[in-house]
Design a protein around this ligand. Sequence first.
Ligand SMILES: NC(=O)c1ccc[n+]([C@@H]2O[C@H](COP(=O)([O-])OP(=O)(O)OC[C@H]3O[C@@H](n4cnc5c(N)ncnc54)[C@H](O)[C@@H]3O)[C@@H](O)[C@H]2O)c1
Length: 315
Amino acid sequence: MSNYLIPGGAGFIGSTLANYLGKENNVVVIDDLSMGKKENLDESKHITFIEGDVADKNLMEKVMKEYRFDYIFHLAAVASVADSVARPLETHRVNFDSVLLMLELVRSYQPELKRIVFSSSAAVYGDEPTLPKKEESVIRPLTPYAIDKFAAEQYVLDYCHLYGVPTSAVRFFNVYGPNQNPSSPYSGVISILVDRYKKQLAGEDTSFTLFGDGSQSRDFVYVDDVIQALLLVATKEAALGKQFNVGTGKATTLLELIHAIDEILEVELKLEYEEERSGDIHDSLADISKIQSIGYQPRYDVLSGMTNYLKTEIK
Ligand SMILES: NC(=O)c1ccc[n+]([C@@H]2O[C@H](COP(=O)([O-])OP(=O)(O)OC[C@H]3O[C@@H](n4cnc5c(N)ncnc54)[C@H](O)[C@@H]3O)[C@@H](O)[C@H]2O)c1
């Protein structure tokens, strides 16, 4: 039985991880519920929920003094790129300051920690068009969100090299699965799509707006594969002080995705077409050979991942 801290653990990826780990380990979740929901977490005596701000120094110091953790997964963030463009100062507090604070607190109070894993993003690669993205590809962060992710990631890795804090980082591509919050207009395209399918199946007058011709592509990775990746990165010696892409290594266009869901649900989603939005990145794809070298193997393609996801969403 190990002890885990998951800031952001009431959110989409964090709650999936907390519920998985909470079956056999002690898990402390800190979340301010700005996007996450307490109901995402299983009722379990192994999961302790603390409502609070991960950038709050007093709170975090108290938690770090009170508990001994084996592993920390820092998943808290204002995960909306658009929000970071609208409120760079506020989002910087969460997306960057909280990470540096955590590193310092680990250095002071958690000498036994086995690993802290930071969740970075494929957004750090920006719009440089060469694909697939390798970890050492050109970095071109274009938004406050991406800049904070890259800066935080570099601090995380540097703390390993400078102070011997056991750290690793992951760059998630497009993660999807149950408990993803579709309420934000900037949320992942899959959660928005699922929301539209649900409405259409319920007989509501709804449609999905495609910007461009639907040929834009992403590396969509199912959340269970992300959990596999996080646990490997946290436990493998070879991952110390390094960052890893987390995707499937396969690109799916938006139209292919929609056709896959149409097929699973046996409906045809009503589409509306609008001009491609300027500034949108057309294609994104991970090279996953680095994480494969520590044992990662994605188990889901879009069809099997979506089939699983839809089972939980559409009964
Ligand atoms: N989902 C993706 O495709 C994706 C892609 C790249 C990177 N990421 C990163 O992975 C991590 C998890 O993302 P997610 O998709 O689960 O997003 P999410 O929004 O569901 O989860 C983030 C959680 O952090 C919490 N949070 C925000 N500000 C906080 C604060 N000040 N104090 C405490 N908690 C706070 C939110 O309430 C939420 O529960 C984030 O760091 C995100 O940037 C996600």
